[in-house]
Design a protein. Sequence first.
Length: 337
Amino acid sequence: MSHFPALEVVIGLSFIYFVFSLVCSAVTEWIATKLEWRARMLEVAVENMFSGSYAITAKGQKLAEEFWAQPLIQSLQRPKHENLTKRPSRKAADAKAPRADGAKRPSYIASRTFVLAVLDIGAHAHLKGQAAEAKTPIGEVSLEDQIIGLGNDQVRDALLTLYRDANGKAQLFRKAAERWFDDSMERVSGWYKRRAQMVLGITAIVVVLVLNIDTLQIAQTLWRDDAARAVLVSEAGQAVQQGKQGTNPSKAVKALPVPVGWKLFHTGSGPQDIPNSAQRILAKLLGLLVTAAALTLGAPFWFDLLSKFVRVRGTGAPPPASDAVRRGEGEEERASD
């Protein structure tokens, strides 16, 4: 019989929360990938940067179109209808290249690539404004002319501010421009996290209702059943040793030694009874609500907490000093005191 039943119940619940949080996170990530959230948010953020305003402007969209068509950026995209698992079909010599607006946007752009692409657009615009006989080779267009050549006032003024702050030094300017882009991408990360958190909450509610993951019922089972508690503590220890990526949520859910699911569908050791009184219905709703709230905290949170609980259980109470008198769990005092 265990000497730490309360701690083991907490470990068991934390492990269950961790496993089902992995399930919810996988569903959320699948939805995000299917709906291309990262790519769509990046596209909006680029237009927002080029607009220089909370509202996207026509000038911002125009520069964004040039940006996505720039060779460095276009190479990061792929045609919408291209099957990546098959060998590309041969194109005729005079076939037109796929349009940029018919391509799937990338989910990420390196800050260095962004700066190079924008400056290249400015360089070509600068050359376009020169007379044909007086055109400068594109490799000799100065950094300041590349910035001034941009037709977008907002972006040009922003880059000129960075250029003056860098005292015209190209290396310092490029680093500052890259930081400007990275700061803007921090906002995109915030947009994505807020959207993902909302969907994670909805997913958690659906998973909890479908699988009937009742925290109160599971806690009671773990408190009464030493064998089930021991199995979960053992699995929790293995999960901590293997790391966050080492746990297979599908297998872990099927092997749970606690009642999960309804009578029509269940996993683990068996279904739970359907509540048939007002008191039991309230208890059931509370148990499901607690589980849903716990799952919204995410798998990383529960893994870190689980690791701490497992270490506490493995360490146990410290041994007494040679001249100490043990009074309770972890407490001691010197015999001379």
